[in-house]
Structure formats: structure tokens, C-alpha cells
Design a protein around this ligand. Structure first.
Ligand code: GDP
Length: 601
């Protein structure tokens, strides 16, 4: 028996346990502890977090505050929404499968390749020849994916061709493609987008099957293309490599069976499996608002079985599956792994690449949506910038990073190899320097997407950045480094790898303008009549002039005018007169990229 005095001595300082949700607002945390939100804000400030009363904080932050205020924080278990747990760092659903219930599932295929090489024609030819539903005669409609039956085996094709859609999905954390078919026109060859498709598929670790299309044409030259593929890192089977290369013609339908057979061979190695006997987890491949039917979304089931009548959370919206259709418009009662279905009944339109999960009822669906929104807000709040050269060493030291993925864009093709080789030589024991994509020309949206999806950085050597790419890059905090001297690239990356790179200054691109007219005002002075394509030009910005994608000059803005008047700034879609110090040879169609240097924090 313990006496009262003993008990007093042994008792720990009183810490009242409180259950804290994974995410909550500052006010809610105050309510939980019965203290004023101001107290919570003060406590947060002591811990270096500036927050307002409605700001959402995550459990870890709330726990520190609660602990400091004399509570014992316990993480609230959300049993009702635990059917799929979402990885806190990546936001991806973690699918735990019962290994005894796994069965084979069809492969999911994306068709990629250069424009006009026949991606759409090939998708159409395969669909016409082999649609699984078999009941042709009905009008097929594009829902984003379809399935074909080849000798009793199913293959799912994503109906939006191209590596852009593929990498955009990956950037949102979803990878649905198992096999990439890269189409190369046999009368043409490996073109810039062929190379992009190859690099994007490789960066995702997705095996490639080459479809050598248009072999019906007289000028088809199969050997030339096979050797070009080798030069670009894809060694086809009859050159001793592992990549199948199938001659086809989308026009005459030659080789289609062979292509499907090869896709199946490649997928067999992947040993694709899922458990049809569980509530479905699916990925949105396409979504739109129909004027007559409301939000429509095509879901591709990853695992489980989706049924009409299921309650479902899709991205940050929810609903009940009122009806499901395949691409022939046929009503489906259910859809199993790798099967696409267009569903009706969501409250709003989700985004491609978002995850859908089936839950038990409407209440849980709504609660899960709230939970997801809050989790995202909390994640946004604590958002870690993507890999940057400045933070690289920290990540390497913490063992978080084993590879530095680099996308290298240069003004001319000839600069690529020397830079690539010097960079790859910087590989050391802790980290491998990997150039995942190279190309000449400006940094594009597709490059930025690849950097996001592969957690990489972009190096732009003597080349600009397209407006859209700059915008997404800034939003997503992708490190786009611009250089004009090769030595500086190598030195920076080397220093970054060794943790010696001083956080310096970064360049922020503020606007792009297109030169539409050139006015010569004096012998050594010309003014560009320009149209602002994106962003806002500010008088104090610096500028570089791009001709055909390559930087030809740079300097400070000398004058910035609208209608003869000096102005401080000019916004998107306005015209203006610009003169750049030390540059007097504008030509029509030059692009002026404006930037300023900011301290990198
Ligand atoms: P995409 O831009 O890659 O989707 O290419 P398309 O499918 O739109 O095809 C581009 C052009 O090539 C179209 O005019 C097609 O008719 C043509 N085409 C596609 N496949 C073949 C083929 O196998 N043989 C021939 N001769 N022409 C083809």
C-alpha cells in the first residue's frame, strides 16, 4: 500500500493527456486545451512558428505546443478513415496488400513519341482491331483509357498519348503506367520528343517497347532508326539490348498483334499484381464537367474492385458512384484492377493524377475530404522546397538523397556532352550525379514537370526559360540554375556536393516580351516595340535577349515607355517600347526575358 506522501513524491508533474488530430487549426488546439488561441500563438512563436488563429498546423507542431503547455499529446487515431493511409511525406496512398490475395492484373500502357509519328493513329488502330468489349457498332467515346483483349489477355491503354501527361501524373504523385510504347516513324527518326519520351520513361523506371511505325512507306529505314536509338541509350533486341522493337503500320495494321504480344512479354517480367477483393483504390486519368451529367471522372483501378453504389473520395471531393461506363458507353456494374471506368456522381471535378478511395459511407467520405484538405494545407505550410543545390548537402548528409538528378538544357547541342561528362565525374561515394534528360533550347514545362516528378534540378546553360515553365518552377520551388560559363556549373555542383556552396543570390524571371517592331533612333541606339507575353516588366529589371531560344546579349533596361511616357512597369498583354543598355541590334521576333536578382533565403 502506498501512503499519500509516497504517492505525491512519485507522481510525475501533472500532464493531462489530450488527443490531437493529425491536422487542426490554432483555434481548435486552444479549444482542446481550454486556453485562449493567443496563448497558443505565443507558444508557437517561442518555437519559431508564426501562425494566425485560423492557420492549420500539423500534429508534430501541435504536440510541441501542447507539451510545453503541460499536456501529454496523443495522436488521434482516425479509425473511420483509416482504410487507406496516406504517406505523410509524399502524400501518396500506401497500399498494404494481403499477399495471399494477390492475382495478376493487366498492364497499363502509355503511348509516347514525337509529334506526327503516329501515336493517335496507333491508339485508334489498336482500339479498332481489338477492343475488349467486342460489341463494336456502338460509338466509342474518348474517356481517357480503354482495354483490349489479345488472345484472352487484357491490356489497358491510356488514351492521352505523350510524355507530358505521363510526367504530369507522376508530378502529382501517381504512376499508373507500367509499360511505355515509344512510337518512332520509320521514315523519320529519333526526334527531340522521341528523346524526351525515352528520358521521361527511363526517369520513371518504366520499361520501353519501341513501335517502329509507318513501315508501309517506301522511305522507311529500320536500321537507321535502330542505330539512332542506340545512340540515345535504347539498345533494341537485335542490337544485343533488351528493348523490343516492333515494326508496325497504323495505316495498314501490320504488326499490331506483334506489338501487343511484346507488351505482354515485357509486363510478364514486371509480375503485376493486385487484390480485386478489397475496396478499390484508383487514380483519376481524366475528368471534366459535363453540362448535362455534372462532374465526370475516368478512374483507373489500381487495386480492389470499384462498384456502382460505392461511396468514394476522389482527390478533395467525394460522392457516390451513381453509374459507371466503359468507353463504348456500356454500363458497368464493377471495375477491377487496371480497368478504366467513367464514373458519375462526384460533387466536383477532380484532377488527373489524384487518388480515389472507396469508403464505407457518406459521412466518412466527407470527413476524409476534410482530412485530406487539412493535411494538404498543413503540408503546404511546412512545404519543403524541392531539391536545390543550396540544400543538397544537408539532404545527402541526412541520408535522404542518393542521387542528384539533373536536367540539362543548353543553347546548342554541342555543349551537352562536355557538360554531361564533367558533371557525371563529380559522382562520389555518397551521391551519384545523374543526368536524366538533356536537350537544346529553352527550359520547357515538360522539363519542370520532370524535375518535380524526379526530384531533380534544372541547369540552363546559355538558354532561357519559357513563361509557363518559369511559373510552375516558382510555384513548385524547382531549382532552375542559369549559367553562361561551363566552369561555373561544374564548380557549383562540386561545391554543393561537398557542402561548400554559399547560399547566394538567385535569379527570378519576371516577364517575357516579344519584339514586334524595331525603331532605330540613333546610329547606336535601337528601341524594341514589344508585347509582354507573361509577367510584369519592372523598370529596374535586367534583361537578356533570346534569338531562336539562345541568349545573344544581356543588360539593364535603359528606357521603358508606354506611348512615349516613361513608366515604372508594364503588365502582361500590354505593348511597350524598350531600350536595353549596350544593345542596339534588336530584330523582330526576338524574345526579351526580364529578371532580377534576389537574395536566396
Ligand atoms: P501523332 O501526332 O503522333 O498522334 O500522329 P498521328 O497519329 O496524328 O499521325 C500523323 C500523320 O501520320 C497522320 O497524317 C497519319 O495519317 C499518318 N500516319 C500515322 N501512322 C501511319 C502509318 O503507319 N503509315 C502511314 N503511311 N502514315 C501514318
Amino acid at each position: 500500500m502506498t501512503t499519500d506522501t509516497e504517492a505525491l513524491q512519485e507522481a510525475p508533474p501533472e500532464a493531462r493527456p489530450i488527443e490531437i488530430p493529425r491536422v487542426l487549426s490554432v483555434k481548435e488546439l486552444g479549444d482542446l486545451m481550454s486556453v485562449s488561441p493567443v496563448e497558443v500563438i505565443k507558444e508557437l512563436m517561442k518555437n519559431g512558428v508564426m501562425a494566425s488563429i485560423n492557420q492549420v498546423i500539423d500534429f508534430d507542431t501541435a504536440a510541441i505546443v501542447a507539451h510545453d503547455m503541460g499536456f501529454e499529446p496523443l495522436e488521434q487515431q482516425l479509425a473511420e478513415t483509416a482504410e487507406v493511409s496516406v504517406d505523410r511525406e509524399t502524400g501518396k496512398p500506401q497500399i498494404e496488400e494481403d499477399p495471399t490475395k494477390l492475382v495478376s492484373r493487366p498492364p497499363v500502357v502509355t503511348i509516347m513519341g514525337h509529334v506526327d509519328h503516329g501515336k493517335t493513329s496507333l491508339l485508334d488502330a489498336i482500339r479498332e482491331a481489338k477492343v475488349a468489349a467486342g460489341e463494336s457498332g456502338g460509338i466509342t467515346q474518348h474517356i481517357g483509357a480503354y482495354q483490349v483483349d489479345y488472345n484472352g489477355q487484357l491490356i489497358t491503354f491510356l488514351d492521352t498519348p505523350g510524355h507530358e501527361a505521363f510526367t504530369q501524373m507522376r508530378a502529382r504523385g501517381a504512376q499508373v503506367t507500367d509499360v511505355a510504347v515509344v512510337v518512332v516513324a520509320a521514315n523519320d527518326g529519333v526526334m527531340p520528343q522521341t528523346k524526351e519520351a525515352i528520358d521521361h520513361a527511363k526517369a520513371a523506371g518504366v520499361p520501353i517497347v519501341i513501335a517502329l511505325n509507318k513501315i508501309d512507306l517506301d522511305d522507311a529505314n529500320i536500321d537507321k532508326i535502330k542505330s539512332e536509338l542506340s545512340e540515345n541509350g535504347v539498345v533494341v533486341e537485335d542490337y544485343g539490348g533488351e528493348t523490343p522493337c516492333v515494326p508496325v503500320s497504323a495505316r495498314t495494321k501490320v504488326g499490331l498483334d506483334d506489338l501487343l504480344a511484346n507488351i505482354l512479354v515485357v509486363s510478364e517480367v514486371l509480375d503485376l499484381k493486385a487484390n480485386p477483393d478489397r475496396p478499390a483504390i484508383a487514380i483519376v486519368v481524366e475528368a471534366e464537367l459535363s453540362k448535362t451529367k455534372g462532374p465526370l471522372a475516368t478512374l483507373l483501378v489500381k487495386t480492389g474492385t470499384l462498384r456502382a453504389g460505392d461511396y468514394i473520395v476522389v482527390g478533395e471531393t467525394s460522392g457516390r458512384v451513381k453509374a459507371m461506363h466503359d468507353e463504348a458507353g456500356k454500363k458497368l456494374k464493377q471495375a477491377g484492377p487496371s480497368e478504366p471506368a467513367e464514373i458519375l456522381g462526384l460533387a466536383s471535378v477532380p484532377k488527373a493524377g489524384e487518388t480515389a478511395v472507396v469508403v464505407a459511407d457518406d459521412k466518412i467520405a466527407k470527413q476524409t475530404v476534410i482530412d485530406r484538405i487539412r493535411q494538404r494545407e498543413a503540408a503546404d505550410l511546412n512545404a519543403q522546397p524541392h531539391v536545390t543545390l543550396d540544400t543538397l548537402f544537408g539532404e545527402i548528409s541526412a541520408g535522404k538523397l542518393k542521387e542528384l538528378n539533373i536536367i540539362l538544357k543548353t543553347d546548342v547541342q554541342g555543349s551537352i556532352e562536355p557538360i554531361r561528362q564533367s558533371l557525371e565525374k563529380l559522382t562520389n561515394e555518397q551521391v551519384k550525379v545523374k543526368i536524366i534528360h538533356t536537350g537544346s533550347g529553352s527550359v520547357t514545362e515538360s522539363d519542370v514537370m520532370l524535375a518535380i516528378a524526379s526530384k531533380g534540378i534544372i541547369i540552363a546553360f546559355n538558354t532561357g526559360t519559357e513563361g509557363g515553365a518559369e511559373r510552375i518552377g516558382q510555384q513548385e520551388q524547382v531549382d532552375i540554375r542559369r549559367y553562361s560559363v561551363i566552369y561555373n556549373i561544374i564548380e557549383d555542383v562540386d561545391k554543393a556536393l561537398k557542402g561548400m556552396l554559399e547560399p547566394t543570390f538567385k535569379e527570378v524571371v519576371t516577364a517575357h516580351a516579344e519584339v514586334r517592331q524595331v525603331f532605330r533612333v540613333a546610329r547606336k541606339n535601337s528601341i524594341a516595340g514589344a508585347f509582354v507575353r507573361d509577367g510584369t516588366i519592372t523598370r529596374t529589371d535586367s534583361a537578356r535577349i533570346l534569338r531562336n531560344g539562345a541568349v545573344i546579349a544581356d543588360g539593364k533596361i535603359g528606357t521603358l515607355k508606354r506611348f512615349q511616357e516613361d513608366v515604372r512597369d508594364v503588365a502582361t498583354n500590354f505593348e511597350c517600347g524598350i531600350q536595353i543598355d549596350g544593345f542596339d541590334s534588336f530584330e523582330e521576333n526576338d524574345v526579351i526575358e526580364f529578371f532580377r536578382i534576389e537574395r536566396d533565403t
